[in-house]
Design a protein around this ligand. Structure first.
Ligand SMILES: C[S@@+](CC[C@H](N)C(=O)[O-])C[C@H]1O[C@@H](n2cnc3c(N)ncnc32)[C@H](O)[C@@H]1O
Length: 228
C-alpha cells in the first residue's frame, strides 16, 4: 500500500498516482470517516490553524470565514473563542458539515455560539450578507485547479473588509507542473510561489508569502489582502 508521504513525493515529482483516488462526497466520507476525509491529524491541524490565526491578531469580536470548513477541524477551536454568530463556514459536502456540527461541536456550543455554515460549492460568500475580518482556506487550494482558485479569490474580494486578510495554504513546487484538470478532494495540486502570487494579483490582492507555518505535511502559507 502506498503511504501518504510516498504519494506526495510521487506527485511533487509530477508522477501520476499509482492507485485510484478514493471517492469524493458522501461515499468518500463514509469510507474514510469525517476526520479522515479532511486529511486526519485532527487535533494537531485544528490547533495549528487556531494558534496561527490568533498570532495574526484574531479577536473574539472579529468575523472569521473558514473556506472549505470540512467537519469543523478549525471550527471546534474557533467557535468557542469567537463571539456569537462570528464564525462563518462554507463547505460543499453536507455530510461533513453535519458530522462537524453533531459529532464534533455539539448542541450546547451550537446554540450558545450560533455558527453560520453554508453548504455551497461555488464560493458564493455574498450569501452570508456580512463582511469578514479574516478568512482562511486551509488545504483547499491543494485540491483545486487554477480556475477554481481564481473563482474563490474573486468571489471573496467583495466581502472582505478593507483591513481583512485571507490566509491560504498550498503545496509549493520550485517549477510549474502539470496539475489535474479537474478539482478532486483527494487529488494533488501544487503551485509555484509566482503562480500563487499571480492568482491573487489578477483578482485585486496584494500577496505576501509566509511559507512554513508548521504544517505536518509541509503545506506553506500565503496571505492575500485586498488592494484599496
Ligand atoms: C483537506 S479538506 C480541509 C478542510 C478544512 N479546511 C480543514 O482544515 O479541516 C478540503 C475540504 O475542501 C472542501 N472543498 C473542496 N472544494 C470545495 C468547494 N468548491 N467549495 C467548498 N468546499 C470545497 C472539501 O469538501 C473538503 O472538506
Amino acid at each position: 500500500m502506498t503511504s501518504i508521504l510516498q504519494r506526495i513525493r510521487q506527485r511533487l515529482q509530477g508522477q501520476p498516482p499509482s492507485e485510484p483516488l478514493d471517492p469524493e462526497g458522501a461515499s468518500g466520507v463514509a469510507l474514510r470517516g469525517h476526520r479522515g476525509y479532511v486529511g486526519g491529524h485532527w487535533e494537531e491541524i485544528g490547533q495549528l490553524q487556531f494558534n496561527f490565526l490568533c498570532d495574526q491578531g484574531l479577536r473574539p469580536e472579529h468575523i472569521l470565514l473558514d473556506i472549505a470548513c470540512g467537519s469543523l477541524r478549525l471550527g471546534v477551536k474557533a467557535i468557542p473563542y469567537l463571539d456569537k454568530g462570528h464564525y462563518l463556514g462554507i463547505e460543499k459536502e453536507r455530510s461533513l458539515i453535519e458530522a462537524g456540527l453533531e459529532q464534533e461541536l455539539g448542541q450546547e456550543l451550537r446554540l450558545a455560539k450560533a455558527p453560520i455554515i453554508l453548504e455551497d460549492r461555488w464560493f458564493r460568500f455574498e450569501r452570508f450578507g456580512v463582511e469578514v475580518d479574516m478568512a482562511i482556506a486551509q488545504s483547499l487550494f491543494t485540491h483545486l485547479p487554477p480556475k477554481q482558485i481564481e473563482l474563490c479569490l474573486s468571489q471573496l474580494r467583495p466581502v472582505l473588509k478593507a483591513s481583512a486578510t485571507l490566509y491560504a495554504t498550498f503545496h509549493e513546487v520550485p517549477e510549474e507542473r502539470r496539475n489535474p484538470d479537474r478539482p478532486h478532494d483527494h487529488g494533488f495540486f501544487a503551485y509555484t510561489r509566482d503562480q500563487m502570487e499571480a492568482f491573487g494579483e489578477h483578482q485585486g490582492y496584494a500577496v505576501s508569502y509566509i511559507g512554513n507555518w508548521g504544517h505536518p505535511r509541509g503545506q506553506v502559507m500565503v496571505a492575500y489582502q485586498p488592494f484599496p
